[in-house]
Design a protein around this ligand. Structure first.
Ligand SMILES: C[S@@+](CC[C@H](N)C(=O)[O-])C[C@H]1O[C@@H](n2cnc3c(N)ncnc32)[C@H](O)[C@@H]1O
Ligand code: SF4
Ligand code: SF4
Ligand code: SF4
Length: 413
């Protein structure tokens, strides 16, 4: 088993989320886990990735990939605080080092700084743009505030309209928090109404632990830290995912792609889920800070999870080294007995290790805080997932589930 694990680790591609503007941002979202990472770099307030580092990263990242396609992910902080010239240079360097590979780029942004020129750049270069949007204005604006504390919904929607005008490929990245989790139907209908076809949503789960350097959030290793009040509860998460699933399964299968549902179906048929949180192992997506520091994961940017600096140690060595391999394999190895015996282990895999700070019924540590919510979701989705798996096995479209679901729900559930 161990041999198989390490063999897979070796041939599997790895990804790196690059932070060209570090943790700098024009907004001040209450729940943001990244803004406070500036405190790790007090001596470099500008947090700007240098041209030397950019070139080294692009060259080494392309060279490290075994396949024909290489995917770059630009992340932050706010990515659009860097100029278009910076990203033109990215494209130029990618062409220089591509060596016949196909290069893809995705960029995550809060959307408020988009204008025609940015959209033209993304369209011309075929970049996929991820937009952070938490639902309709009353859901979005509570936590997604600008520096002055003002709302941002309208600015984001102006950005979305520009992307649509220019025909830029985009998807929405929403977070589910204590506030917006109670209106799943309104949330889903909103995204449908704005023409969003690719929807990802992440549960916000943070705990508070003040550090001497000014950071306020706990890492997975910090036992006993209290929950931040914007965190979604397991009960909310369960209700939210079930109700959203009901909206989707009666009308939008094959039309709107919801990452959680696609990944669940993939696990149901024994395929790779395409999202780390529901995979058996993880550790194949590092986070690269503006100065070359590489961390185990975007959600593990804590000093104790720093792998090294790519200007000092080759990127491949850090990503394929024993520390990162152990980090990724721990997702499976550290599962508590309750998870190992769970009937939904194949679908859940204990979800993300950063949320495993609860104890099991037997008092064993390492249970996922959202466990109850996931259990409820998998139980709820099970008959529909079984139906879709059966359709796929018989080479029929999973979208046939919609008619079956409508009848089933009409039949008095
Ligand atoms: C840190 S931001 C960086 C990129 C850009 N500034 C943006 O907002 O899209 C990346 C994503 O993380 C989400 N996010 C922020 N804080 C989070 C948290 N505590 N838990 C989960 N996701 C969070 C944001 O909503 C956003 O979609
Ligand atoms: S826009 Fe992104 S980086 Fe900025 S505060 Fe909000 S979530 Fe954090
Ligand atoms: S720690 Fe969580 S977010 Fe990071 S790679 Fe693993 S599953 Fe994904
Ligand atoms: S649903 Fe709960 S018990 Fe089952 S694998 Fe997930 S976290 Fe573990």
């Amino acid at each position: 088993m161990d041999e198989i694990l390490s063999y897979r680790q070796y041939v599997r591609p790895f990804y790196v989320m690059a932070k060209p503007a570090g943790a700098r941002c024009n907004l001040r979202c209450t729940y943001c886990y990244y803004l406070e990472k500036s405190n790790l770099y007090p001596a470099a307030p500008a947090q700007t990735m240098s041209d030397e580092l950019l070139e080294r990263f692009i060259r080494d990242y392309i060279a490290a990939q075994a396949g024909d396609a290489v995917s770059f992910a630009w992340h932050g902080g706010e990515t659009l605080l860097r100029s278009r010239d910076f990203y033109r240079r990215v494209v130029e360097l990618q062409r220089r080092y591509a060596d016949g590979r196909q290069i893809d780029n995705s960029i995550q942004t809060n959307g408020t700084l988009l204008d025609d020129a940015w959209c033209e750049f993304f369209r011309e270069n075929g970049w996929l743009v991820g937009i952070s949007l938490d639902g309709p204005p009353e859901a979005h604006d509570l936590y997604r505030r600008d520096r002055q504390g003002g709302p941002t919904f309208e600015a984001v929607m102006r950005g979305v309209a520009l992307l649509q005008k220019h025909g830029v490929e985009w998807n929405a990245l929403a977070v589910v928090n204590r506030h917006n989790a109670d209106d799943p139907a309104g949330f889903y209908r909103f995204f449908r109404s704005i023409g969003c076809r690719f929807l990802q949503f992440t549960p916000v789960v943070e705990r508070i632990l003040p550090h001497d350097d000014g950071r306020q959030l706990a890492s997975a290793a910090d036992a006993g830290a209290p929950l931040a009040d914007f965190s979604v509860t397991p009960e909310q998460w369960g209700r939210f995912t079930c109700a959203l699933f009901d909206e989707w399964v009666v009308g939008d299968v094959g039309r709107i792609f919801v990452q959680l549902f696609d990944a669940t179906l993939a696990n149901w048929v024994g395929e790779a889920p395409g999202v780390c949180t529901l995979s058996k192992n993880c550790g194949h997506a590092g986070a690269l800070e503006f100065n070359g520091d590489l961390y185990a994961c975007d959600h593990f940017v804590f000093p104790e999870y720093k792998l090294g600096n790519i200007l000092e140690t080759p990127l491949t060595e850090l990503m394929r080294g024993p520390r990162q391999t152990a980090f990724g394999d721990a997702k499976l190895r550290a599962l508590p007995t309750q998870c190992r015996r769970c009937r939904y282990l194949f679908a859940c895999n204990g979800e993300c290790p950063r949320n495993r700070f609860e104890r099991t019924r037997e008092g064993e540590p390492g249970l996922n805080y959202l466990c109850k919510g996931y259990q409820r979701f998998f139980r709820h989705a099970e008959p529909y997932m079984d139906f879709m798996r059966n359709e796929l096995m018989h080479r029929r479209a999973p979208a046939n589930v919609m008619e079956w679901a409508r009848k089933r729900m009409g039949d008095g559930r």
